[in-house]
Design a protein around this ligand. Structure first.
Ligand code: ARG
Length: 461
């Protein structure tokens, strides 16, 4: 077949079943623009090594420019007989530069170093797009936090009412997790920004090429130190798959809360019509499908990560064809996040919070019991005793069906003599929240400062 890059030692061509199995253009074609850029850099080092004349370099680059334009416009694409993006593009180059000149470009490179390089290039660009999408979600969370500076809510552990917190504090917690994911992408990029080009099939090139020059031209910080590692390593892909899965998991956690918050039982939020769906049979329904798809897709991205790790685990050095399975999981994880991130950002940005409902629930379930215990500690009572006494208050209030703040002076004193009427100063949600004023706490000033820091971190990301 026309574009096949091997065959000299074979008496027959590949069986149809093999060709069908082997073909990867249906997914690796998206690497085509990167492949052409790699080819341009490669042409320049071939020229510097004396393997292309000035005139040949000029004609080669012109043909590659044309090829890049035709790839972009769609005028050139893979056909049935092309095994992969690299074979298809060599065919395209030969169509434009002629067989004599077009056939010279493959010297000193292999699809093994090519694909390892192009995949890194594609992923590095994708990581920037995904990172920006995550920052939009962070922005929506911070904006909601800033829009509700004084709103209180019941903080939960084990999904049970625990202690009152500011809504802004809770929303900011999700923003912190997502900002760490953006930081992970940047950190990952430092390791991914190393070019395998010049590694050849596995042993390096004998033609006096300059891998560092190719690396610099393609936007890498350096070329690989070891050609075997350069062609065989895929930890850059596995690590990217992890960060992408972590992003999906963090989106899933905030989404799970939105799903719960939108129920009649919680009644914390109403979803905007533009970010909810109806039912084909139940006319009253307003469903949180964006959040559910986020939760569902997190499973898919975790699968992409574990699938890739499983592909890698038994592979001997150096290149093995199994590695062709490295790309689809990453392409899929990026594609899913590119669909999901704008939808989640929009869903969060348009949520209506029912702050009265949140405020009403904030003290429910005796969430101020810890404040009673800590007040007693400030009066010199050992925490062990204070904890017991606050528990006694809960028992007394529960028995009478009242809140902690409604216990009489006598009831308080009966629980513990140190429980004077003054304890009531901490028996308000506002007092409790304002008292947690150390760094990281939910007090209003601290949260305002936290949001300012978050904004600054997001702006610098
Ligand atoms: N399409 C392959 C991949 O994605 C690259 C080609 C390497 N093929 C080979 N026979 N060495 O990994």
């Amino acid at each position: 077949t026309g574009s096949q890059l091997w065959g000299g030692r074979f008496a027959t061509g590949p069986a149809d079943a093999l060709a069908a199995l082997s073909r990867s253009t249906q997914f690796d074609w998206r690497l085509a623009p990167y492949d052409v850029r790699g080819s341009m850099a490669h042409a320049r080092v071939l020229h510097r090594a004396g393997l292309l004349t000035d005139d040949e370099l000029e004609r080669m680059l012109a043909a590659l420019e044309q090829l890049a334009a035709d790839v972009e416009s769609g005028a050139f694409g893979p056909d049935e007989a092309d095994e992969d993006v690299h074979s298809a593009l060599e065919r395209g180059l030969i169509e434009r530069a002629g067989p004599e000149l077009g056939g010279k470009l493959r010297a000193g490179r292999s699809r093994n170093d090519q694909v390892a390089t192009l995949f890194r290039m594609w992923l590095r660009d994708a990581a920037v797009r995904v990172g920006n999408g995550v920052l939009d979600v962070v922005d929506a969370l911070i904006a909601q936090a800033e829009a509700h500076p004084g709103a209180v809510m019941p903080g939960r552990t084990h999904l049970q009412h625990a202690q009152p917190v500011l809504l802004a504090h809770h929303l900011a917690a999700h923003a912190h997790a997502l900002l760490r994911d953006v930081d992970r992408l940047a950190d990952w990029d430092r390791r991914a920004a190393v070019s395998p080009y010049g590694s050849g099939a596995l042993a390096g090139s004998s033609l006096g090429l300059d891998p560092e020059a190719v690396a610099a031209e393609l936007g890498f910080t350096s070329s690989v130190a070891n050609s075997i590692d350069g062609t065989a390593a895929r930890d850059f892909a596995a690590e990217a798959a992890f960060v992408l899965a972590m992003i999906a998991v963090d989106l899933s956690r905030v989404s799970e809360e939105v799903i719960i918050w939108a129920t009649a039982e919680f009644g914390y939020v109403t979803l905007d019509d533009a970010y909810s769906t109806g039912s084909s049979i139940m006319p009253q329904k307003k469903n949180p499908d964006v959040a559910e798809l986020a939760r569902g897709k997190a499973g898919r991205l975790i699968g992409n990560l574990t699938g890739l790790l499983s592909t890698l685990k038994g592979l001997p050095l150096a290149y093995n064809r199994d590695l062709q399975e490295d790309k689809e999981p990453l392409f899929d994880s990026v594609e899913q996040l590119e669909l999901l991130l704008p939808a989640v950002a929009g869903m969060i940005a348009t949520l209506t919070f029912h702050t009265d409902r949140l405020a009403e629930l904030a003290p429910a379930g005796f969430t101020l019991a810890t404040d009673v215990a800590e007040w007693l500690v400030r009066q010199g009572v050992p925490f062990r005793v204070a904890h017991e006494a606050a528990g006694g208050c809960v028992r007394a209030a529960e028995a009478r069906g009242v809140g902690l703040d409604e216990l009489t002076d006598e009831e308080l004193a009966a629980v513990h003599p140190a429980l004077t009427p003054k304890v009531r100063e901490v028996l308000t949600v506002e007092g409790s929240i304002a008292s947690r004023d150390a760094r990281g706490g939910t007090a209003g000033d601290r949260v305002a400062q936290q949001l300012a820091e978050l904004r600054a971190t997001a702006a610098a990301a």
